[in-house]
Design a protein around this ligand. Structure first.
Ligand SMILES: Nc1nc2c(ncn2[C@@H]2O[C@H](COP(=O)(O)OP(=O)(O)OP(=O)(O)O)[C@@H](O)[C@H]2O)c(=O)[nH]1
Ligand SMILES: [Mg+2]
Length: 262
């Protein structure tokens, strides 16, 4: 089962679903759409009627890709699928790589991730600044959280279902891009066997980016620092958790305005 969160992907979704079907004909798909005003959900329904094996979750409104993934993963797990994959629906991830990720699970991995930061992987369309920020963010998260994966922010992954249950996927809190780091942290902590497959991450083919880069970076580093502190000094973080700053860092209270792309 492949879970695809979508928000305003009308320009991509028909071609994308066909490309997924062509890459792995027997892979079922869940589209988790947050009531995209551009009609992505309706288009996905049309494709579902035509191609079969596609379900569309019509979520009530934009709640962040983490929330959409949690929902889609839970539906896939409840339906008893052994393998649950995830990817962006904007062609940043090449559907032709799906068979390679799934193949890693057949070879014995618990999780396979499409990685920009192993030999052969890259993000050629990014500016030098964005590349440096992503590299640095990944290195920082890796050191702080003792991650066993080089690309902790990639959203191109395949999981064995047991692993999603083992990491308590329903108990994750992040709604935005941090969701990928939160899950990378959890799979590292439970000792999952992780395979990293090089990918070329290309910029979206069509449609607008929903990522506010600087805001996302700052929020991400704050949370990573907090989790790192909780890992190393549980007593101190336990005391901090009682304060409002601690509750914010814990993800229990949201900043006043929901950040774009969260
Ligand atoms: N359901 C849902 N999907 C979302 C939301 N935000 C983003 N997505 C989807 O999540 C995937 C990845 O997010 P992106 O929006 O591609 O990130 P982006 O805006 O393309 O940023 P860049 O690719 O880095 O430029 C895409 O398939 C989006 O449509 C959301 O709030 N809800
Ligand atoms: Mg994208």
């Amino acid at each position: 089962m492949l879970v695809l969160p979508t928000y305003c992907e009308a320009e991509n979704i028909p071609r994308f679903l066909r490309a997924v079907r062509a890459a792995v004909p027997d892979l079922d798909v869940i589209v988790a759409d947050d009531d995209s005003p551009d009609g992505t959900g309706r288009l996905a329904e049309e494709l579902a009627g035509e191609l079969g094996g596609i379900d569309v979750l019509h979520r009530p409104g934009k709640a962040g890709l983490g929330a959409a993934y949690r929902h889609g993963f839970r539906v896939a797990l409840d339906r008893g699928y052994d393998v649950v994959a995830q990817m962006d629906a904007d062609f940043s991830h090449d559907p032709a790589v799906l068979p390679i990720l799934l193949g890693e699970l057949v070879k014995g991995a618990d999780v396979a991730v499409g990685s920009r930061y192993v030999p052969g992987g890259s993000a050629p369309d990014w500016t030098l600044l964005r590349r440096l920020l992503s590299r640095w963010g990944n290195a920082y998260a890796r050191a702080m959280l003792r991650l066993r994966v080089r690309d902790a922010t990639t959203a191109f992954r395949a999981y064995r279902a047991e692993v999603l249950e083992a990491i308590d996927i329903d108990g994750t809190r992040a709604n935005g891009y941090l969701f990928q780091i939160e899950t990378a942290y959890r799979i590292s902590a439970v000792g999952a066997r992780i395979a990293e497959v090089p990918i070329t991450f290309t910029d979206r083919v069509a449609g607008a980016s929903k990522m506010a880069v600087v805001r996302t970076m700052v929020e991400t580093e704050l949370r990573v620092t907090w989790w790192g502190l909780s890992l190393r000094a549980p007593a101190l973080s336990g005391r901090l958790r009682a304060t409002s700053a601690g509750r914010y860092l814990e993800g229990r209270i949201r900043p006043t305005a929901a950040p774009p792309g969260s």
